[in-house]
Design a protein around this ligand. Structure first.
Ligand code: NDP
Length: 467
């Protein structure tokens, strides 16, 4: 791990396992509270070094980092696949997206500015001149999940550095390797030695020490709802961005192109074995097309071959841990025992869970109302647009939602009335461009990512009045 301006080894190590066969990909040190203390003390100096750089200098460093990353995309993509288990095309795809995120962040370093505030519009403002300044927060803690181990780190470290902060990254314990390679790249690109820190170690052990420390001025967290809520309680008075989970709904209106919906569901429900925060989980289909949709989707799900994700013919890899695959099987079993119908899949071999389709899912079943985060899609029926919107909203989550229709009025009603941070018309819930504002409502979190929006959240606004 990289702490206090140097690479650190320890005798106490964590094995990073390949989720497909359990082989050891590499080992990383097990960081503890003393490492967190060293990282924060060092990051405070790093923040001073960052604030001394001009926006153009920050742009140059991040741009150079992007150039270095471009030369290493193949290695980064393979590392992602080895530590996370997504198929190689998705690992390489994530590496390419990470490059875009870093490039977008570099650009934002040049655009941080305030605005003139027209104080003479105020009853007491005559003769005054007012303007705002946007300044870095100082030290940012970035806590990231396993499922996009590089791009989600880039979404925090890129804007954090662009905005002139120092950033301490705590990657997921299962998948720290690509994040460490990113730190190498940033250092080679010339980032001040103490401006980045990367502590490997269990969140349950070191999370509170990191997130509760008052020297951390901003926490950017992506992960599960429960850990997010815990961090908010521990954080105290500091800025937080929370990118949490969901059980994203996809609504099929009666006029939808069923083949298009089926193709989109096969992609957006099963990519990365369903371990995507915006994975299509709840398909809500008009009763008029319900049967046709299931008939169209079933062969596509059955065609998703599972196996070793590094092999190019494999379409879906393992889940991150066996306990997660067990949980998904259990929820499917509970749903089927309560009256849902298993259309295809349902089986499991260790961490490799079959792509699964379940019909006649009742919205109160756990398979529908909790976040599944696995390769299974449940289908339920509705009568009209009002019922569809009510069902889509009947959840504590609100990260992404989709509707398939040719009717602009239905599309607009859906966009306006569904409580979700992202709305898609005529594609599934799992779609993101890295430049767009991205973040959830309700229990899916607060704040936005996307470099342009994240730099706003990673800076403070100061007001200056000249009398
Ligand atoms: P977790 O919430 O289990 O872990 C996320 C991170 O938090 C890890 O680095 C973890 O460390 C750390 N952590 C755990 N406990 C604490 C603690 N007490 N204090 C501080 N940090 C802690 O999520 P997963 O990694 O399992 O990721 C899956 C979840 O992430 C899903 O719910 C998914 O929806 C969500 N997600 C949301 C996204 C969004 O943009 N909204 C995008 C991607 C995923 P460790 O690994 O050591 O336990």
């Amino acid at each position: 791990m990289y702490v206090g301006g140097k690479w650190i080894e320890k005798n106490d190590k964590i094995e990073v396992l390949n989720p497909y066969d359990g082989s050891v990909v590499d080992t990383v040190p097990r960081g503890d509270a003393s490492d967190v203390e060293a990282a924060i003390a060092s990051a405070e100096r790093g923040a001073m070094a960052m604030s001394a750089l001009t926006g153009y200098e920050r742009y140059q460093i991040l741009h150079r980092a992007a150039e270095l990353m471009e030369k290493r995309l193949d290695d980064l993509g393979r590392t992602i696949t080895l530590e996370e288990g997504k198929v190689l095309s998705e690992g390489l795809g994530e590496a390419a997206r990470s490059l875009e995120t870093l490039t977008l962040s570099a650009e934002e370093a040049k655009r941080l500015g305030g605005e003139v505030v027209p104080l003479d519009g105020s009853s007491n403002g005559a003769g005054k001149f007012g303007f705002t300044l946007r300044v870095p927060c100082g030290v940012v803690a970035a806590v990231t999940p396993f499922n996009f181990p590089l791009n989600l780190v880039c979404h925090k470290i890129g804007p954090g550095l662009a905005a002139g902060n120092a950033v301490i990254v705590k990657p997921a314990t299962d998948t720290p390797l690509s994040a460490l390679k990113l730190i190498e790249i940033l250092l080679e690109a010339g980032i001040p030695a103490e401006a980045v820190q990367c502590i490997t170690g269990s969140g349950a052990t070191i999370g509170d020490v990191l997130c509760g420390d008052p020297r951390i001025r901003k926490i950017s967290f992506t992960g599960s709802r429960d850990v997010g809520e815990h961090i908010c309680r521990v954080a105290g008075l500091k800025k937080v961005t929370m990118e949490l989970g969901s059980n994203a709904p996809l609504v099929i209106m009666e006029d939808a192109d069923i083949d298009q919906v089926a193709a989109a569901t096969a992609v957006t429900g099963y990519a990365n074995a369903g371990q995507v925060c915006i994975s299509t989980q709840r398909v809500l289909a008009s009763e008029k097309v319900y049967g046709d949709f299931i008939d169209a989707l079933t062969p596509l799900v059955e065609a998703l071959s599972t196996g070793n994700p590094i092999e190019s013919n494999v379409k879906m890899g393992p889940m991150i841990r066996e306990s997660d695959a067990e949980r998904v099987s259990e929820w499917i079993g509970q749903a089927v025992n309560s009256g849902a119908r298993l259309v295809t899949g349902g089986g499991r071999d260790g961490q490799l869970h079959e792509p699964t389709l379940v019909a006649d899912v009742d919205p109160d079943m756990r398979l529908s109302c909790d976040e599944v985060f696995g390769p299974t899609v449940g289908v339920s029926k509705f009568k009209d647009i009002d019922e569809a919107i009510n069902m889509a909203n009947k959840t504590n989550y609100g990260l992404s939602a989709a509707v398939f229709t040719q009717n602009i009025n239905w599309a607009m009603a859906f966009a306006q009335r569904v409580h979700s941070g992202n709305i898609h018309v005529n594609w599934g819930t799992q779609w993101r461009a890295d430049l767009m504002p991205y973040g959830g409502l309700k229990d899916s979190g607060m704040g936005k990512e996307g470099p342009k929006y994240a730099v706003q959240e990673m800076t403070e606004l100061k007001m200056v009045v000249i009398h």
